[in-house]
Ligand binder design. Sequence first.
Ligand code: ADP
Length: 466
Amino acid sequence: MEKAVEPATGITDAQLAGMRVVVMGLGRFGGQLGVIRFLVHRGARVLVTDQAAADTLQSSLNQLGDLPLDYRLGGHDEADLSGADLLVVSPAVDRRTSVFFQAAVQAGIPWTTEINLLLERCRGAVFAVTGSVGKSTTCAMLHAILSDDTAGQEAGFERALLGGNIGRSLLDEVDGIDERTAVVLELSSFQLEALSKAAGSVRCAALTNIMPHHLQRHGTYEAYQNAKFRLFDLLTPGGVAITAAEDAGIRDRIQSKARHHNASFVEGRLAASMYPLRLPGLHNQQNAHMALKMAMSAGVSERQGRKVLAGFGGLAHRLEHVMTLDEVDFYNDSKATSPEAVRTAVAAFDRPIVLMVGGKDIGDELNHIQDLDGENVRAVIGFGEAGKRLARLLESAWGDQETSFRTIHSVAQAARTTRQIAHPGDVVLFSPGCPSYDAFVNYEERGSVFTEAVKSLVAMTQTVRQ
Ligand code: ADP
């Protein structure tokens, strides 16, 4: 039976020196490297444990270089808990079901997370963003604004850092963060769920939107919402809460949390396009609006904030403009791992689209692709494990449309084929709507394969024209 225990708070650097710390969950993509380095530099004796075997974790292990660490890889061993003073848990660990975590709790071992250790020490002005979608883009936009010299001066910051669920861990450099540093943090529900209420103070807290995601892990939509709401318990007096969530109940709860903490509530919803952006889509208008409101809450002028947003180039793999070839624009939206994200991407264009969909076949969830409005879709190319299924689903949903359908297994081959299908003025949109792990390590690798294939078209075109 699960034992509900809050994270430990107020662990000082002096206490960390000489502590025996078990870091649970190293991960393949380096999410815990920052906290491991921090602990070692503070003099802790650290054991790193992960269910995955060393060969899977090689990239993370390489980055730990010759730090003095003990390892238990390829499985957890409760024997490692004996003598442990602290457990640092990765957000990837499901604490409700982890036998190892529950054993630590039963043994009375305090636990915490990288984000708690950071927030407890961070003296900078924290701007934290959560939500179901749009977190990374909103954070990157806000970071761009606060990094701008003029905007930074208006708000009284000398520099701005970006961390949390995006980019790198800021923990190992926390000593250099003072009040003149703006700290933009993207926080996932898994990070928030383990947030200590005593973990520092947040100047500006934002929820972009909320929809039932990650329910397998959180159990219920309510539990997922509660994880997100925890962020607003960290608001400082005089701080600001912002949301663009549509649901009145959600907005009320955030408003009442803001009131409780003597913080103000700012409306973040946007009704229509109002920013000249390089990024397409109403959803990016919404993200820009949230970022601007957050920046303005810190003293940035609307004029300067808008100026920075107008030049913001976007993040890789999210409707990323790869290139224009013979008046066809190629977009890499590999981050789109659900039919819902494909809908957002297709809605961002009012030109004919050659749409590439496919990836890992995750079953009935893919049926939602049939809700896609295909009015602008000239052709569908299915790729990977789910390509055929998605193409068939769309074909049956759009029976009376002029759209053409085909399937080509490899992403690179499918990308090159778009060249023969797209007309000048069209958009080639790589928005898979499925996870990538049928053929790739992650969506980044998948997006890079698409991008490289598209770039190779230039060379092919030149050869043909010579
Ligand atoms: P997150 O960090 O929350 O995953 P991102 O900024 O990385 O969000 O965007 C991921 C995808 O989510 C985008 O490619 C787009 O499909 C969708 N998205 C982004 N912002 C929004 C928004 N404000 N509303 C709806 N969908 C969005």
